[in-house]
Design a protein around this ligand. Structure first.
Ligand code: ZN
Length: 237
């Protein structure tokens, strides 16, 4: 061992000790205390973990080879995610699916998914659209979906018209098309606030070259909101 390598050895030893301590605590503590230890560990590493509920990972895996060719088929997937997020108790009544579509054939496959995780992960930015966009860009290893893969374009389907944050997120995401099920009014009817989103906002997206389709299967998306509105937490009302 050289003199120069000594600090490295000490650093590696300290990291191993920290990891061992965390595992030792996890073994001894109950679940809420374990979460605290993990949080301290994550803060010291300055990392943020966003996870999908297990049922959504399974839903994605079950559908990943399926071919989608119509707006109705694609939006139904976003609404199904919203509905299951409510029945599983894993977040708010909003779901999103991003599809990768072949520009030549028009055939699409599911590329990324998101479900609202605001309350379970105590994070106001974790709306379904924001999560689906982040996973899609991570998968593409690119900050924009526009032109990320030759011959492909991306369609964002959301179970409800985006709030002001998600409209902005959609604008920067590089998706070619936005398809929405429930309307802003449907979310606001049960007490959610969608923020400053106006008809001009959609016009701006269209002027940037994005296709926008609203109220596709609106009744189905609105029904999920209505059901959640009877008992669910309205976290920004
Ligand atoms: Zn949103």
């Amino acid at each position: 061992m050289t003199r120069e390598s000594l600090p490295l050895v000490f650093a590696a030893g300290a990291v191993s000790a920290a990891i061992a301590t965390v595992f030792a605590y996890r073994w001894k503590l109950n679940s809420s205390e374990t979460e605290c230890v993990e949080m301290v560990f994550l803060l010291s590493a300055m990392k943020l973990i966003i996870n999908l509920p297990q049922w959504l990972v399974s839903l994605y895996n079950t559908n990943k080879d399926r071919e989608f060719s119509t707006d109705d088929e694609m939006i139904s997937m976003a609404v199904a995610i919203a509905s299951q997020n409510v029945s599983e108790g894993s977040g708010g009544p909003f779901g999103c699916a991003i599809f990768e579509r072949d520009i030549q054939t028009g055939k699409a496959t599911i590329f990324s998914v998101g479900a609202n995780r605001v309350v379970p992960l105590t994070n106001s930015t974790l709306h379904a659209e924001m999560i689906a966009i982040q996973f899609a860009q991570k998968k593409l290893k690119n900050f924009s979906m526009k032109g990320a893969k030759e011959g492909k374009e991306y369609v964002l389907c959301t179970s409800c018209e985006p709030c002001c944050m998600c409209l902005g997120g959609t604008m920067w995401s590089g998706v070619s098309e936005l398809i929405c099920s429930a309307a802003k009014d449907d979310a606001e009817k049960i007490g959610f606030i969608e923020g400053p989103v106006f008809p001009e906002s959609y016009k701006q997206l269209e002027e940037m070259g994005m296709k926008v389709k609203r109220e596709v299967k609106r009744k189905e998306g609105a029904a999920v909101l209505e059901k959640y509105g009877q008992t669910g937490v309205i976290y920004n009302g």
